[in-house]
Ligand binder design. Structure first.
Ligand SMILES: Cc1ncc(COP(=O)(O)O)c(C=O)c1O
Length: 410
């Protein structure tokens, strides 16, 4: 079955046919913010590479390798188009968002007294790479976020000063699904000559990303949260970022020539891609693009917002259940964090799995500050995260499971 043609209304049943039936029918999969399921077209592409076209990329002259190189560059162009990347940006393939942010952190020449501005919503991937520089005199300034998930742009801008080297903010929280006013923040950073990094890891699978509108210098994301394979991600860099940052990893494929005395780097993006790239994963990610477009079409987003609203309203109606965040369902982007009074989120998640075959994430979701400082919970939350292949029946099963736990443990 092909992804939808323009003009057709979103149909979750059709969307489900794009995925292997076993993955969807054997359980109620509600952990999409951790990783999305893999479309059959991606699995076929990975298999085809290993069975038919296996060869290296960017290195050899024989035809099969040249074709693989060409295919990778085609995927790169497709993602630049998909992300509305300005033409003077470069898009680097890397192992994932965590790797991308660490690459940026390694490549900035921090000086004692510098500071980095982040928000309390950040995933550890966008916190710890900056904290590592604290012993060298770099301060990490954390912008507070209201318990409902709201962040004031002025609170961010107040933290900027002449020694702010970087603003690193999430495009979409992986705990609440909310989005800070990222375009406004990037414009404010740019006016002050501050480099801006946006962690788009959650956003990529949930909305059509437009880097030209966002105006950030650096954008990172992982394929596996947006219907692609594990082990690959992207790092988009503006001309300003390319001026300030040096490629952090050196080796084969990134150098134009090497002598005993010196070496000359390849121009970006290849100068930023030392080592053999994750070839199969890049090709597989390319194959996921029609599915991603389908999943982020206005109709699909509306469908997920409807399911989210249903889930939030029904959970809120259960005594002893707290649903976090006060935003409308459409601003949650399929993510619903909740707790049952006096029960650890891990226990709730384990019971949902054992009794109902429901898969949800529990704990701090690698975003400790969001849980402790924003939501003020000590053990994190239960997080259900929806994708367009989820159905009203999935929502009903989760609500039934939560009701059952509340009653059984009363
Ligand atoms: C907002 C956010 N940033 C970064 C990451 C790290 O992504 P990865 O584990 O794919 O490197 C995640 C993963 O949960 C995330 O949700």
């Amino acid at each position: 079955m092909q992804p939808r043609e323009d003009g057709e209304r979103f149909n979750p049943i059709v969307f489900r046919t794009l995925f292997p039936t076993q993955a969807l029918d054997s359980a109620v999969y509600l952990d999409n913010a951790a990783t999305t399921l893999t479309p059959a077209s991606v699995i076929e592409t990975l298999t085809h590479y290993y069975t038919h076209t296996r060869s290296t990329a960017g290195r050899s002259a024989y035809r099969r390798a040249a074709q693989t190189t060409h295919s990778i560059e085609t995927v790169r162009s497709s993602f630049m188009q998909q992300l509305r990347c300005p033409p003077d940006y470069v898009l680097v393939f890397c192992p994932g968002a965590t790797a991308a942010i660490n690459m940026v952190a390694w490549s900035i020449a921090f000086r004692p007294g510098d500071n980095v501005v982040v928000t309390a919503l950040e995933h550890h991937a966008n916190l710890l790479p900056w904290w590592r520089y604290r012993p060298r005199g770099v301060t990490v300034r954390v912008v507070p976020v209201h318990p409902d998930g709201h962040l004031d742009a002025t609170d961010v801008v107040h933290l900027f000063d002449r020694q702010t080297r970087l603003m690193a903010v999430t495009h979409m929280s992986n705990v609440l699904g909310v989005m800070p006013p990222v375009a406004e923040l990037c414009a404010a950073a740019r006016r002050r000559g501050i480099l801006s990094l946006v962690d788009g890891t959650q956003a990529l699978g949930h909305l059509p990303v437009n880097l030209a509108e966002l105006g950030c210098d650096i954008y990172v994301a992982s394929a596996h949260k947006a219907y692609g394979p594990t082990g690959v991600g992207l790092l988009a860099l503006s001309p300003h970022a390319l001026e300030l940052l040096q490629p952090p990893i050196l080796g084969g494929g990134a150098v134009a020539q090497v002598t005993r005395e010196d070496f000359e780097m390849e121009a970006p993006p290849h100068g930023w891609e030392a080592g053999t790239p994750p070839i199969a994963e890049i090709l597989g990610w390319g194959a996921s693009l029609p599915v991603l477009r389908h999943a982020t079409s206005p109709d699909a987003l509306e469908y997920v917002a409807g399911l989210t609203e249903e889930l939030v309203n029904r959970l809120k109606a259960i005594p002893q259940v707290t649903v976090y965040g006060a935003m409308p369902a459409s601003a949650r982007h399929g993510i619903v964090s909740f707790n049952i009074d006096h029960l650890s989120p891990h226990r709730v998640a384990a019971m949902l799995d054992e009794m109902y075959g429901i898969m949800v994430r529990s704990g701090e979701h690698c975003a400790s500050l969001a849980c402790r400082e924003v939501l003020r919970v000590s053990q994190g939350t239960v997080r259900a995260s929806l994708a367009p292949y989820n159905t009203p029946q999935d929502v009903a099963t989760l609500v039934e499971g939560v009701r059952w736990i509340v009653q059984a443990l009363r």
